[in-house]
Design a protein around this ligand. Sequence first.
Ligand SMILES: [Fe+2]
Ligand SMILES: [Fe+2]
Length: 296
Amino acid sequence: MTFRLAHLTDPHLPLPRARARELMTKRILGWQSWHRRRKSIHLSTVLQSVVRDVHAHHPDQIAVTGDIGNISLPSEHAAARHWFESIDKPDRVLVVPGNHDAYVAVPSSEGVALWGAYREGEDGAAPAIRRVGDVMLIGVDSAVPTPWLMSGGTVGPAQLQKVATALQSGGADGLCRVVLIHHPPLAIRGGGGRKALSDAEAFRALLVQHGAELVIHGHTHRRSLVVLETAAGGTPIIGAPSASANDRRHGDMGGWNLYEIERLAKGWRVGMICREATPAGSMVTVDTQSLPVHPR
Ligand SMILES: [Fe+2]
Ligand SMILES: [Fe+2]
């Protein structure tokens, strides 16, 4: 039986009106960036086409890897919740936050807690761990408030330990372990320097030690594929474009990835289908790959 996993990321939903006092923080930078540039790149029409296309492919689970909003306003977190509800029920959608969802520190009741079960696994704490059939989804929260001009992330020691335990138990149970994280755990274009994951080295070390079948991330707004040699063999680490982009300057269009996961006698077959919006409003396949997921 084939398990179908959809991955979409970085929708950057339209910024609602903000009160002046809400902008008297680092938020003012994000607010200016939205009104100067981002609002003409992240379009609801593109996002709607992407979500319609996801639905047309009938995925078993939908992974969303952060940057749902822009400057972490309580109204953005509430709008994010409505958007998740428009996609599917919480047991079919697993969301991890991105740096824009933790743009500044907010009381937890006004923050991503509003997303409720959409960001929760089996025990409610990060990482969010879900077992669905042969697949274990591990939703890692790398979003932390950062100083002005910084957009990095941190997994943190407590979560690193829990991810290691999950990878170990998922491996022992013979599950296909898929890790969701906003920040790429590698220094790739668009995800290094002031945008990097501060404990990427420790995160990579545990992937190498315990193995994972697939790691999916956002943050760079670009497609990328790097294969990390781990205890599971080759672990593809895959970035997806923003689901709402129509960036005429760089030629980047919104898209998403579909993974078809199938158990083999030894290991897994993981097929990837990359879907992308066209400027005319249709959706097309821009790449298909059989990923190098192979047990040692
Ligand atoms: Fe983003
Ligand atoms: Fe990001």
